[in-house]
Design a protein around this ligand. Structure first.
Ligand SMILES: *Cc1c(COP(=O)(O)O)cnc(C)c1O
Length: 457
């Protein structure tokens, strides 16, 4: 690892090392989990941080590189969550760090709508280039996935002059008022936080493992529901995640999404692919829409786009994206120059290190390991996903009833052994894998071995 960081004085945690110390790509546990320094930080946190901000694991991270995160007690964890799919290029990717360092010393903020700068334009060019379809496209950059969804819906409404927004069961779109209304799951996202935005219509989706429907059957059910319940003429847009993220990495049945897009196109409904989780090389394509033959009218992107810096965007058909009057879109920090510099480095890394190929490699290594795991543990009902976006769903082998308890136990036990796993799923019964696209085969094998032992215990 070449590291150009000049470290500030190290904070006085037990396991803390200067930021310039190399981080071995190894799992290494030296204390109980959480360790004493994490426990002390957690007490400070509980006194001052809102209880509404949850904690999956009270292990405080000091530094990280590639697929390994190191906590304040010096424990090295294999990170299979990547901050929920954000760290596709790996933690502290050298090129991203260098790009951020260079930009932060040049200019950190002017507000693009006041006095613009080149990196925003470059990111827009890259998004236009790497999203499906050869049509004219335009972009707006914002700060978070939820904000991207807010803008996509806003633009679709302005373009169509219609109010209705269709979303799918098991979908997740964010924590702002509009996006809460678009989420499927009330707990923990929505409960008690209303009133919610109106004109949002939740339609049945495709969940092959549970509904057994073909793509055509599921699409017919979705479309007929929307036609009866709303009427296409009142719909501005339909928002769908090509692979549903929080819902449990649900890959819809073949032909489902294309049928929805065709119906949208025939009825003047803007088809929006929410690729906040599935985008930016995660599934082995720049955007997962490609796998399904989709050419969305708009795509929302965030998470993996800027190597952990704060950036999100909407890219869409030029005539739709231009439907807002000047000044209608934007925000103080949207398309911040430092975040844009990081995103440009991420796109360069995708090319230089063949991260699309790496995502496919991860699928070819991890999926067979997960299928082996399924053969050993009958509670694993389904192994699914694409590229480096894979998941296993736990059910009662006889009844197919979701089994969330086994997931919480396995995730907790794996953390004790130095493997960070994320749960997911409408029923909390899914373990999802979102590793750095650069993770080695060895670390993947080792992590699945730890999970195997956790499930056997
Ligand atoms: C995470 C996520 C969002 C929300 O993104 P934030 O940056 O957390 O606001 C929206 N849609 C999908 C599919 C996501 O996975």
């Amino acid at each position: 690892m070449t590291d150009t960081l000049s470290a500030p004085a190290a904070p006085s945690f037990e396991g803390s090392a200067p930021a310039s110390a190399p981080i071995a790509q190894e799992r290494h546990i030296v204390t109980a989990i959480p360790g004493p320094a994490s426990q002390a930080l957690h007490e400070r946190r509980l006194a001052v941080v809102s209880a509404g901000v949850g904690t999956a694991l009270p292990v405080y991270i000091d530094r990280a590189h590639d697929a390994i995160v190191v906590d304040v007690d010096g424990n090295h964890f294999i990170d299979l969550g990547g901050g929920i799919g954000v760290m596709g290029v790996g933690h502290t990717n050298d090129a991203v760090v260098a790009a951020v360092q260079e930009q932060v010393a040049k200019v950190t903020h002017t507000l693009f709508t006041v006095t613009p700068y080149e990196p925003y334009v470059r990111v827009a060019e890259l998004l236009v280039q790497h999203t499906p379809g050869d049509h004219a496209k335009k972009v707006v950059l914002v700060n978070s996935g939820a904000e991207a969804l807010e803008n996509a819906v806003k633009i679709a409404r302005k373009h169509t002059g219609r109010a209705g927004v269709a979303v799918l069961d098991h979908g997740y779109h964010g924590r702002t008022n509009l996006t809460m209304a678009m989420n499927f799951k009330a707990m923990p996202y929505n409960l008690g936080f209303g009133p919610f935005a109106s004109n949002i219509y939740h339609a049945p989706s495709s969940y092959p493992f549970h509904d057994g429907l073909s793509g055509a059957e599921a699409a017919k059910r979705t479309i007929s529901y929307l036609e009866k319940r709303v009427g296409a003429a009142d719909l501005a847009c339909l928002v769908a995640e090509p692979v549903q993220g929080e819902g449990g990495f649900i890959v819809p049945a073949e032909g489902y999404l294309v049928a929805l897009q065709e119906w949208c196109t025939a009825n003047g409904v803007v088809f929006i692919a929410d690729e906040v989780q599935s985008g930016v090389a995660r599934t082995g394509a720049y955007y997962a829409s490609e796998h399904f033959g989709l050419v969305p009218d708009m795509i929302t992107t965030a998470k993996g786009i800027a190597g952990g810096m704060v950036l999100a965007g909407v890219v869409g058909r030029a005539e739709i994206m231009d439907s807002s009057h000047a000044g209608g879109l934007g925000g103080t920090y949207g398309g911040n120059p430092v975040a844009c510099a990081a995103a440009i480095a991420v796109f360069e890394q995708i090319e230089q290190r063949d991260l699309l190929g790496q995502a496919k490699r991860i699928e070819s290594v991890l999926k067979p390991l997960l299928l082996e795991l399924q053969a050993k543990h009958p509670s694993i009902g389904d192994v699914r996903g694409m590229g480096a976006m894979l998941a296993i769903e736990f059910v009662d082998p006889e009844t197919h009833e979701p089994d969330a308890a086994i997931v919480s136990r396995a995730v907790a036990a794996a953390a004790q052994q130095g493997v960070l796993l994320l749960s997911a799923g409408t029923y909390g019964n899914v373990i999802r894998f979102l590793p750095a696209l650069t993770i080695s085969d060895e670390l993947l094998r080792e992590a699945v071995g730890v999970l195997d032992a956790a499930l056997s215990a």
